[in-house]
Design a protein around this ligand. Structure first.
Ligand code: ATP
Ligand code: BTN
Length: 324
């Protein structure tokens, strides 16, 4: 990215018009340089209004991530992790996965203001935009092997729900294994990537994307119903406070999970499940569909469903759950 793009975007975060001349003076560059840097921003999908005689503006004001604000929102638990804030990354998960080989420390959190190549599960894409989304990943090392981590992605969902409830978003629910929904629309997603052998130790990169305020241009690129926090709260939630609260609950849930496993939080998980004891369709990767009624989740995080063929057990890689 052009090295001036983010310094200019910082000036525009107030959502007001700034003339090319003022920006050029503030950054001690030419107006053509400003124009070039903003062309680069547009190539990254950032919408910028440009009006002759008035200058440039973002569609609305944007609160950028601020390390100190996040750490103070976390309170004393902030001493448990190391936080890294970036202006722009392709993907916070990809960034941390690449760092694994260099022995990246336990409890590293990487967040970015703009993620341009976000990943979902099984090669799918996660759409995000500047000021539109909160995107971050947390690296967590476990003594146990990958086999002991089967309920981890569900446990992480609990931390998201607890944090959302703190901000009054009490209607947020989970969809097995770990999507966060409001109504039947997706608000947030979790991508967990593991490294290590079956016996351990192992390391997880836990990626979270939450929609703050999706513009129509992003929403139309998403091929399933999606929602954002701006649609359900009266006043915008500050992303720094949200990330601090999320990290607080994540460190809590992860240490409970390490000590006592998913079984110890299973009932809480079930209480958040949008499809608990509901009729559902299960989409198999080969296009087949099975219908049934959700019975519960097992202590290892597998989904238990009552089907025409009796009670069946599904692991998260096997099916995608949909309302019946
Ligand atoms: P599952 O297989 O558990 O049902 P899923 O179909 O939601 O999950 P995931 O891999 O978990 O798929 O998530 C990626 C999908 O999420 C994308 O294919 C797209 O449909 C959707 N998506 C992408 N970006 C966003 C976003 N910002 N908000 C909501 N949904 C999104
Ligand atoms: C899903 O629902 O499939 C999971 C989406 C996970 C998106 C987050 S955004 C931060 C982190 N970096 C990524 O590339 N993906 C995750």
């Amino acid at each position: 990215m052009n090295e001036l793009t983010f310094p200019i975007l910082r000036l525009l975060t107030d959502g007001k018009f700034h003339s090319g001349e003022t920006i050029a003076q503030q950054l001690k560059v030419s107006r053509a340089t400003v124009w070039n840097a903003l062309q680069d921003a547009e190539k990254l999908g950032i919408e910028i209004f440009s009006v002759r005689g008035r200058g440039y503006k973002l569609p609305q004001s944007v609160t950028l991530l601020d390390e100190q604000a996040i750490l103070s929102a976390m309170g004393p638990q902030s001493s448990l992790l190391k936080l890294e804030i970036h202006d722009h990354l392709d993907s916070t998960n990809t960034y941390l996965m690449k760092k694994l080989s260099t022995g990246q420390a336990h409890a590293n959190c990487v967040a970015t203001n703009l993620q341009t190549n976000g990943r979902g599960r099984r090669g799918r894409t996660w759409q995000a935009g500047l000021g539109a989304s909160l995107t971050f990943s947390l690296l967590w090392r476990f003594q146990c092997g990958a086999a002991g981590l089967s309920g981890l992605s569900l446990a992480v969902g609990i931390a998201l729900i607890r944090a959302l409830h703190h901000f009054g978003v009490t209607q947020a629910q989970l969809k097995w294994p770990n999507d966060v929904l409001i109504g039947h629309e997706k608000l947030a997603g979790i991508l967990i990537e593991l490294q290590g052998d079956m016996e351990g130790p192992s390391v997880a990169v836990i990626g979270v994307g939450i929609n703050l305020n999706l513009p129509a241009s992003i929403k139309q690129q998403i091929d399933q119903p999606a929602t954002d926090l701006a649609s359900v709260t009266q006043t915008p939630i500050n992303p720094n406070l949200l990330l601090g609260e999320l990290l607080k609950h994540l460190t809590d849930v992860l240490s409970t999970f390490e000590q006592r496993g998913f079984a110890s939080v299973r009932d809480e998980w079930t209480s958040y499940h949008a499809y608990h004891q509901q009729a559902v369709r299960m989409l198999h990767p080969d296009g087949r569909e099975t219908t049934g009624i959700v019975v519960n989740v097992a202590e290892d995080g597998n989904l238990l469903v009552s089907t025409a063929a009796g009670e069946q057990r599904f692991s998260s890689g096997e099916i995608s759950l949909r309302a019946s």
